[in-house]
Write a protein that binds this ligand. Structure first.
Ligand SMILES: [Zn+2]
Length: 220
């Protein structure tokens, strides 16, 4: 089984499709003089793999191979990791600088959502939990695959005369409740304050941003 070396997921897809290679081959054959002699070239480029979960492009040689036993071990590790995050799931937490984030799960992935406004949010992948120094800390990475990025989207169409409005996407509905979304829409920039006033924000946990160079330290 192919595993992403960055995030340990098995959601790897071949980056360049066979269809594209065939198309380039045909173009070479038709457009370029004597191109038919070079038709084989598109097929010898090594495949890159794209990870749906962390959005990384991975060279074929860097893809981790696992047998079912190692895979079972990995699933067990992941379950233990999820158990550590479970008490915070669905809750809002406050970072050091007063920003607030929601701990949520969407399409099987643990994420932290930072809403700026009704149509602007940032999602982070939760990669670790630790309590070094006695302080519970959630470590997150900004590297997130495309399908987890957009919490809201503009729906409606000018052409059809439909009203344009912002709505939660499919992944957005997994991460933010309609009630929370309405609150974000209504309170605009005061959202943090409103959430804090309503006592919906946990303050006893830290958030640690994991950068690209820290990748080796990522436990999940
Ligand atoms: Zn990955």
């Amino acid at each position: 089984m192919n595993i992403c070396p960055k995030c340990k997921s098995d959601s790897l897809e071949k980056g360049y499709s066979m269809g594209l290679r065939v198309l380039v081959c045909l173009l070479l054959a038709i457009v370029v003089p004597f191109g038919i002699l070079f038709c084989w070239i598109p097929f010898v480029f090594p495949y890159k793999y794209h990870c749906d979960v962390c959005g990384s492009d991975v060279d074929r040689d860097d893809v981790v191979q696992m047998d079912w036993r190692e895979r079972e071990e990995l699933i067990k590790e992941h379950q233990q990791f999820e158990e550590k995050i479970a008490p915070f799931l669905g809750k809002w937490i406050e970072g050091d600088d007063g920003k607030i984030f929601k701990v949520a799960k969407g399409k099987g992935l643990l994420l932290l959502v930072e809403p700026f406004s009704e149509d602007e949010q940032e999602t982070y992948r939760i990669v670790n939990y630790h309590d070094r120094g006695g302080e519970p800390t959630i470590a997150v990475s900004p590297k997130v695959g495309k399908k987890y990025l957009h919490v809201t989207d503009v729906v409606g169409s000018f052409a059809n005369g439909d009203p344009m409005e912002t709505a939660l996407t499919t992944i957005g509905r997994d991460l933010i409740t309609e009630e929370e979304f309405d609150l974000i829409k209504d309170s605009e920039s005061d959202f943090y304050e409103v959430m804090k006033e309503q006592g919906k924000v946990e303050q006893d946990i830290n958030i640690e941003m994991v950068t690209e160079s820290d990748d080796e330290k990522v436990e999940w």
